[in-house]
Design a binder for this molecule. Sequence first.
Ligand code: ZN
Length: 318
Amino acid sequence: MLVDLHVHLRGTLLRDTVISLAKRNNVSIPASVISASRYGWHDFPSFLKSYDLITSVVKSANDLEQVAASYLQRCSMLGGSYVEFMLSPPDLARTGVPFFDQLRALQAAADQASQEWGVHSRLIATAVRHLGPSAAIEAARMATSMRSDILVGFGLTGDENQHSVGDFAEAFRIARSEGLKATAHAGEHCPAETVIEAIEILNLDRVGHGVRAAESPNVMRQIASARIPLEVCLSSNLALGLYPTIAAHPIGRLANAGCVIALGTDDPSFFDTDLSQEYALAQTAGSHLSNHIINKNAIEAAFCDERTKAALAARLNK
Ligand SMILES: [Zn+2]
């Protein structure tokens, strides 16, 4: 079994799906972008631009259901058992898909995946950091406006260099007050200390990436002793140039320091990866982390209910 704890739903869009949704929804995407390797981006700003362009083909609840079900089916073929998707509710609400319909679409995909392919899934509603604190509060209000079994967490994605983490405290307070678990991208593009800052200010249960914690023994010690899991996305880190090679990736040092490591694919279609490749990479990174340990960490770190966790643990230990 394999677990994907960090994947942006629309980052899973395959080329064929982009083409068919663009046609269905009358969205014009330059052929050169669609056919380019990794959709033609070359650095973080151009990645964000390419991401916005490619993901603009998703317009309806049906599209959302199709994209989610497609990814869950692919995960099941790779041995996946559990996925937590990230999606920013206001993005699609702006294109005319109310949050209720987004939830219903993702629940339908999740039901199909658990019944037909044995893959469980949940949703983390996210705010986008570079859109600023007011938009984050809007995302938190939308996320907490209705209850759903599938919605389990609130997260912060986007450009870490924009705004200070404290600007998002209110959004996380709103989300947590309604029982949502919390994760935020930190320590990916910014230094080690920002991981502790995000954990403390946003009251995080997990950290998205957090790999730059490895630059500070003191930060690694604090994360390890607090047992705050890191959602490590190896191919993403390599593709975005955080580390030149997998041998240079700090996953091994983080694990040796006692940090709790889980894995994610991040935006697999933009980073040319999949779930099994991430687990294989972790083995080649000199981390001494077995798949069993990573999965055990991931199940404990998952935001789902205890019953689902117990079912996953039983599958792991079979
Ligand atoms: Zn991410």
